[in-house]
Design a protein around this ligand. Sequence first.
Ligand code: FA5
Length: 338
Amino acid sequence: MLNDLHSIKKSVQEEAEKAESLQDIQNLKIRYLGKKGLLTGKIKTLSSIPKEQRPEYGRSLNEIKNFTEELLDSKEKAFKASELDTSLQTQQIDVTVPGCYTPSGRLHPVTQVLNEIIGIFVSLGFSVEEGPEIELDYYNFEALNFPKDHPARDMQDTFFISDDVVLRTHTSSVQVRVMEKNSPPLRVIAPGKVYRCDADVSHIPMFHQLEGFMVDRHIRMSDLKGMLELFIHRVFGPETSLRFRPSFFPFTEPSAEIDISCVMCKGAGCNVCSGTGWIEILGAGMINPRVYESAGYDPDVYTGFAFGLGIERVAMLKYEINDIRLFPENDKRFLEQF
Ligand code: FA5
């Protein structure tokens, strides 16, 4: 029986000597020391050895098991060290090679400006509403006091889908839709895309507007002025001045176009503001009683203001961009700058 153990020891030594890889050693570990290994098997049968031979047999078995473990562990270590050496030599890392640039996506500058503006009005208590881009002539024009064939319709070059359906030319189309479904007090903004048959350095056929309107009892022009002043100061800084110029929109009375002091030259006069020191930024006014009639509100009870802002126009001023057509072009070299 002891001879049996000694021959196991001998074969472990021989096989460990012949091993050529880490895998060979791991296989030997399984073969001799694993759950069903040769030495493990001998330990399991220890109780069947005659009592008087058991102590000596047990001692030898233990010795050979320890010997096997130490031998295979040391071989394993040696193979691991040499494998590491080889991989360090073959897979050298050049720490001077420039890193890989991973481009990260970001929001379009128009979306960034739109989100900023929405954030300002939401912080002032306005709720956000949306309307359809393919709109009934009624909400885009008629309900806003543009009767059919009225010359004021020519102010906006319209894409017609049919006689009664248009691509909305402004976000003012959301006004009556919201009023029909809600009662005053209202404090609403309606951002979104609008469409006009229009294209040059400051006009594109699809652009973004943000409509804002407030309706309640006793709303006055001074409320409009205060709100717009606060908004403009937040977007362009507190040093920016505002100027109200009389204008005409069928759905507001009185109407105004609002200019801000030129953000480039601070009002001194430059080619961006055509030497005037002022830049037009939005249209606004007190909501025309005719609009309340369309919505079923009593114009003797309620008053309110509305304003409409071109988002690309704000983005151009904010980022000093001189051609509006750069926004829809989506050239990565342009977009990466924001
Ligand atoms: C309107 O669209 C009115 N609905 C605004 C309004 C709302 C007035 C509520 C009163 C009360 P206007 O046509 O001026 O107004 O357009 C508003 C802004 O949209 C302009 O100041 C300009 O910044 C922008 N805009 C107009 N046409 C274009 C275009 N083709 N491309 C880019 N921006 C444009």
